[in-house]
Design a protein around this ligand. Sequence first.
Ligand SMILES: N[C@@H](CCC(=O)N[C@@H](CS)C(=O)NCC(=O)O)C(=O)O
Length: 212
Amino acid sequence: MTAKLYCFGESGNAYKCALAMTLADMPWQPVFVDFFRGETRTLEFRKLNPMGEVPVLVDGAETLSQSGMILDYIVGQTGQLGGRTKAEARQVWRWVLWDNQRLSGTVGTCRYLMNFAAKDRVPEGVVPFLQARLNSAYTILNDHLAARPWVAGGDGPTVADLACAGYLYYPEPWGFSRSDWPQIDRWLDRIAALRGWRHPYELMPGNALDLA
Ligand SMILES: N[C@@H](CCC(=O)N[C@@H](CS)C(=O)NCC(=O)O)C(=O)O
């Protein structure tokens, strides 16, 4: 059976799931959600996900949202990318939760405000505030990766890597420069060297820049 991922190319949260299924050879296909024209706010979409967010994975009778939950489901379905020991699996969850709250949640908002929101809708001071919080998150991740090649600490990639890296391949500016964070830079190259790796705009349809 082929799972359907409701997604759009600019969504780093959707990218984590798309990449996990691709790397784990789980059959999936994208269903484009026109986020930038308000589709996640429609009644139709809220029937699919009352939380009003992408990504949503539909696999047979299973409908799931929240990228962390979807990543856990992919691990369960494929037996891959979940860590090789129980201790490693706990580290996977620990870092997925950290990412969602501290890294991706902040990058997503900052990048949206700087690249996709109408300029008169960006409150003064918010972007610098988010960027300062992000600098501390990059420091935590960069220091963590200095001692280990993969986020969860084992000898191979897990969905914790995909969660933390989900936004960091995008080209739009939000104040992040890979050259400032050498451990993150090398780790992003390690992930990109995995068999089957693809850039978000190659894996999922839609590019907000086309709307301009
Ligand atoms: N914690 C959620 C965050 C999902 C999220 O923020 N999705 C964005 C797109 S990347 C969205 O659909 N937002 C809808 C909105 O803000 O109206 C996850 O990890 O899946």
